[in-house]
Design a protein around this ligand. Structure first.
Ligand code: 5GW
Ligand code: MN
Length: 300
């Protein structure tokens, strides 16, 4: 009897047919885009099994950080509500470390955290211009990753404080590099995106260019990726300052430039950060923006 060896090509074909993301069901919903042009999953209710995702990361005892800044009046106005809602909805069942950056540590609300969850309060300087309060978070997060977070957590989300959790924000959101699709620009043509359009700025994006308009209120990923992201954005901000130019939407403009060059590996649908006027196509609300009283909150 003659033995016929199988061609190696057979093995290769088998590999190609394997589902690259076994946990992700791209056809779980039919009326939304669920995969980006470069193959990143877009997370919507119905595209994943929450129990499976939680088990997967709980078995690994994954530690998940969250940075949030509450400076000046934002500390009085938003921080308690943000943290109380996070205790109800953010990465429930996992090990969580809140990194709360404030200009006045005595004003941080005393909360009874659930088991496996802890809080680190860090005093940071208060920049006098609000644009810098927002932009220089990139520097402060980058420093804190270097000095502390890299030793304590493997994933990190960086969020605005004027948000409130209203539904599950769980392990399905974890990924190497995670970006939030801005609810107000979801489904609009890229020419309408409010990218920085002046070529002199480091955040410049040409009119024909771009993937999505991302929301700087929510981004995250593996700690090393967030380190790289915050460093790159900070470098752009500093170069712009040296040229006496400031990008139209500050840190958000630089974040959009970064994600254009370094494609995120996971995208969060607008469910994860709803617009003030939620669109009809949104079936599940996970986070929403709090109302703003600009006149009272913006001191300068
Ligand atoms: C104050 C006035 C104008 C703009 C920002 C601030 C401000 C922002 C502040 O006084 N204190 C503060 O902690 N921040 C932090 O920067 C908060 O974490 C806030 O969520 C984040 C971004 O500023 P936002 O939320 O006012 O920006 P938008 O783009 O959501 O309106
Ligand atoms: Mn905000």
């Amino acid at each position: 009897m003659q033995i016929v060896k199988k061609k190696p090509q057979f093995v290769w074909r088998k590999h190609v047919h394997r589902n690259p993301l076994p946990w992700f069901n791209a056809s779980g919903i039919a009326d939304q885009q669920t995969i980006s042009s470069w193959g990143a999953p877009i997370i919507w209710e119905g595209t994943f099994d929450p129990v499976e995702r939680d088990d997967f990361y709980m078995k690994k005892k994954t530690v998940i950080g969250l940075t949030v800044f509450a400076i000046g009046r934002y500390l009085d106005r938003y921080l308690r509500n943000f943290l109380e809602s996070a205790e109800k909805h953010y990465m429930i069942g996992h090990q969580v470390i809140y990194y709360v950056m404030v200009d006045n540590v005595t004003k941080v609300p005393a909360l009874q955290l659930s088991p496996k969850r802890s809080m680190v309060v860090i005093q940071v300087r208060k920049y006098s211009r609000w644009q810098d309060i927002s932009m220089m978070r990139m520097e402060q997060i980058n420093d804190l990753i270097q000095n502390r977070i890299q030793f304590e957590a493997s994933y990190l989300f960086c969020l605005d404080v004027d948000l409130m959790f209203v539904g599950r924000f769980g392990a399905e959101a974890l990924g190497n590099s995670v970006a939030q699709i801005h609810a107000s620009y979801y489904g609009t043509p890229k020419q309408s995106f409010s990218y920085e359009r002046r070529p002199r700025s480091d955040a410049y994006i040409a009119p024909y260019d771009g993937d999505f308009y991302y929301h700087a209120a929510v981004y995250g990923g593996r700690v090393e990726s967030v380190f790289d992201l915050t460093r790159s954005c900070l470098d752009g901000i500093i170069r712009d300052k040296s040229k006496n130019i400031e990008a139209i939407w500050h840190d958000e403009s630089h974040l959009n430039r970064y994600f254009l060059d370094h494609k995120p590996t996971k995208l969060l649908s607008p469910e994860y950060c709803l617009d003030r006027v939620p669109a009809k196509h949104i079936r599940y609300a996970r986070m929403k923006w709090m109302p703003k009283e600009y006149r009272q909150l913006r001191e300068n």
